[in-house]
Design a binder for this molecule. Structure first.
Ligand code: TXA
Ligand code: MG
Length: 327
């Protein structure tokens, strides 16, 4: 059984016993297993309903970069060192050449491993008291949007997870940025909590994006970030006519808008989306879950413009729209 009263001590005992622990990070909640315990890792994949070829991120306690990474990686390329020193603890995952001892269950059999030092008090307490790496995907079932509250975790994994640590709503609200530093040129595999502008400032040059899953962050395909309701991206000026036509056809229509939308029909169900990109990122997955709960037929979305976290929000919304059936 798990509940609101679970403590870091419960989490550490569960990890040591090969059981699973849901815990908050600054991005989304993770579902953690001892990253050296193969049977715990297999249970993790089963519970998530996730194919074994999908690698998971190893979460590590904060500390000296070389000491933190030595058990997990063969070497630390200069770009990774610069990024780790600038952005950790924080919402950045580095893909690095794996050390031979890292279980295949973590890496999906690849020659690389994804590692991250999260910036969240309970996560850091858990990691430092446990004293090892915690392999953790987002704590949702395969194919659902990531959980940003303990209640989301309960709703998705109810009963199947041994311990849930409740740290309240997560601060960033979107998953970590993933940068592959395992070959000569760093490449961004997933946009996320560290904006591209920050990566460019640290590296002196903007790393290229390869976020379509081709180069390899399996599991970044569209359906992974989509709610059940079909999402349609529109410009602010299109909302009124699109909504009117759908409502006239008897559909229940929601709106999630990062910009002002003039004169919308009264029957449109407007979700309370913040306009500021960071606040929208923080609320996004809760709003998408609300859209599902309301049983909408269509969710019209006006994405945010601009840089910073707005780019990662747009990325998730485009995936959500790409995955849905057309209304
Ligand atoms: O913010 C986050 O990153 C959250 C929190 C819990 O840390 N975790 C998360 O995990 O989003 P997950 O498993 O839902 O997504 C991790 C992504 C997957 O797309 C996976 O393919 C990619 O990271 N990944 C992990 N290790 C990799 C590797 N060695 N090479 C390429 N991609 C990797
Ligand atoms: Mg995930």
């Amino acid at each position: 059984m798990s509940g609101a009263s679970d403590t870091v001590g419960d989490g550490v005992r569960a990890l040591r016993a090969g059981r699973l622990v849901a815990f908050p990070t600054e991005t989304v909640y993770g579902l953690g297993a001892d990253a050296t315990n193969r049977s715990a890792l297999r249970r993790l994949f089963e519970l998530k309903g996730r194919p074994p070829s999908h690698p998971v991120i190893v979460h590590l306690a904060a500390g000296d970069l070389d000491e933190v990474l030595t058990p997990w990686v063969r070497f630390v390329p200069p770009a990774a060192r610069a990024l780790g020193e600038a952005c950790w603890p924080g919402p950045l995952t580095l893909v690095l050449p794996r050390a031979p001892a890292v279980p295949d269950e973590v890496t999906g059999g690849r020659d690389s491993v994804g590692v991250r030092v999260p910036d969240q008090r309970l996560a850091q307490q858990l990691l430092s008291a446990f004293g090892g790496g915690v392999a953790a995907p987002s704590a949702n079932r395969f194919g659902r949007v990531s959980p940003t509250t303990a209640a989301h975790v309960q709703a998705d994994l109810n009963g199947d997870v041994d311990v849930i640590l409740d740290g309240g709503p997560t601060r960033v609200g979107l998953e970590s940025t993933i940068v592959d530093c395992s070959s000569d040129e760093p490449v961004v595999l997933r946009l996320g909590g560290v904006p591209s502008e920050t990566l460019a400032a640290v590296l002196g040059v903007a790393p290229p994006l390869c976020t379509d899953g081709r180069r390899s962050a399996p599991g970044t395909m569209a359906s992974h970030y989509a709610p059940a309701v079909p999402v349609v991206l529109v410009e602010a000026a299109e909302v009124r006519p699109r909504a009117a036509a759908l409502l006239a056809a008897g559909r229940r229509v929601g709106l999630l808008a990062a910009a002002a939308t003039p004169d919308v029909p009264a029957a449109l169900e407007v979700l309370p989306a913040p306009r500021a990109p960071d606040a929208l990122a923080r609320r996004l997955y809760s709003l998408l879950r609300d859209a599902d709960r309301r049983g909408l037929d269509v969710l019209l979305v006006v994405p945010p413009s601009g840089g910073g976290l707005a780019a990662a929000v747009r990325d998730r919304l485009q995936r959500a729209a790409g995955a849905g059936a057309s209304p």
